[in-house]
Design a protein around this ligand. Structure first.
Ligand SMILES: *Cc1c(COP(=O)(O)O)cnc(C)c1O
Length: 385
């Protein structure tokens, strides 16, 4: 199928989900294996290597292999959510180990780091995003074991230099894990920039249809740290069901079309509202004016993704009134689906959030972009000021 001299391009791999065929029936679409247990030979061995569905289910194989190919990794693991994937990495650390994470990042994970992870004996330093010098200063040689990065980071889309973080990690003998949910493997490949582990909330762009909760990790090396991550999944059982794994693979097949369209739409929305009346600031890595645009242009290829934020003149109340007036764009949390969503992040994140009060986060979908722009325009006109 795949000529070794001519590796297939990623769009082809994605559309055909690696071109796997079910050997028994030659079905182009894989089966779903709901079975939880596998037969043992009379001599006690397991001929297929599969013992029990936590975590040996064959329905995981194809999506894991596809994600591994897309990120250019050596191994991949599916999880029951993005959060469980992230937790499996942090829980591979030992009490007393030190980790560094950015101040602006996915809020639920940051909250967990600030509470449970620290109570369990991890030392965690939060550094300002986009500041390599602060990162270098935060690293404690011999003690720092993990650097965690999210870029572009929720919900201001501040961009960090993955290669720079990887250099700091290498020098410290620490692992670098990158949450690549927002960029997707189509726009950024952190492993190729020196990261050790990539994490995805597959609930978002990878599945793309707002109907599956899933996470994934992809590793550059099958080292001791990765072995500990694997134990966490196998022992903890934070693995999605076979039906969800199958749905995820179906969603993945259109990843490149969805990401391309969402990126084009987001760029058009960002350009349209940049400098417009009623808008204090447009936050989108694709705009020249965005802090980190230069780095984004270097480490992202094929687009800047579908996530952007609009800061509304008039503060929190004005922003809430704009969200309330949107009709086409739905008020809901989450991101990366085919439908556009809006969220007032500060009120979701609560006290201590680094998110501006007047910020509306938009997950731009694949709709006709003129409908999206018209919807935002009519909402802005009627805002409370
Ligand atoms: C949603 C999200 C997560 C958490 O993933 P779940 O699948 O909801 O557990 C982590 N990081 C980012 C950037 C996200 O958007």
């Amino acid at each position: 199928m795949t000529d070794e001299n001519k590796p297939l391009r990623r769009e082809t791999l994605v559309a055909q989900a690696l071109g796997w065929m079910d050997p028994a029936h030659r079905s182009l679409i894989p089966g779903i294996f709901p079975g939880t247990t596998y037969e043992r030979e009379g001599d006690g061995s397991y001929p297929t290597g599969r013992v029990y569905t936590r975590d040996h289910n064959p329905t995981y194989d194809q999506p894991e292999q596809l994600l591994m190919a897309l990120e250019g990794g050596r191994d991949a693991l599916l999880f029951s959510s993005g959060m469980s994937a992230a937790l499996a990495v942090v829980q591979a650390l030992r009490p007393g180990d030190h980790m560094v994470a950015p101040k602006v990042m996915y809020w639920s994970f940051r909250n967990w780091l600030l509470t449970v992870a620290q109570e369990w004996g991890l030392e965690i330093t939060f550094v300002p995003n986009g500041d390599l010098a602060a990162l270098e200063a935060a690293v404690i040689p011999g003690k720092t074991k993990l650097l965690w990065l999210e870029t572009p980071a929720n919900p201001t889309w501040v961009v960090d230099d993955i290669a720079g973080w990887a250099r700091v990690a290498k020098a410290a003998g620490a692992h670098l894990a990158v949450d690549n949910t927002v960029a997707t493997p189509l726009l950024t490949n952190p492993l190729k920039l020196g990261a050790d582990i990539v994490m995805h909330s597959a609930t978002k762009y990878l599945n793309g249809h707002s109907d599956v909760l899933a996470g994934a990790l992809i590793t550059a090396a099958e080292d001791d740290f990765w072995a500990r991550v694997k134990v966490n999944r196998n022992a903890g059982g934070a693995i999605l069901g076979p039906f969800e794994a199958w749905l995820l693979l179906r969603g993945l097949r259109t990843l490149h079309l969805r990401v391309q369209r969402a990126s084009e739409n987001a760029m058009a929305v960002a350009r349209h509202f940049d400098g417009k009346k009623g808008i204090r600031l447009v936050l989108y890595p694709g705009l020249d004016s965005h802090a980190g645009h230069e780095i984004a242009a270097r480490q992202m290829s094929g687009g800047f993704g579908g996530m952007l934020s609009l800061c509304i003149e008039g503060g929190a109340e004005a922003a809430m009134s704009v969200a309330a007036r949107l009709k086409v764009i739905k008020r809901a949390t989450s991101l990366g689906g085919v439908e556009s969503l809006v969220e007032h992040r500060a009120s979701i994140e609560g006290a201590g959030t680094p998110c501006p009060e007047d910020l509306l986060r938009l997950s731009i979908g694949i709709e006709n972009v003129s409908d999206l722009i018209a919807d935002i325009e009519q909402a802005l006109e009627g805002r409370n000021i």
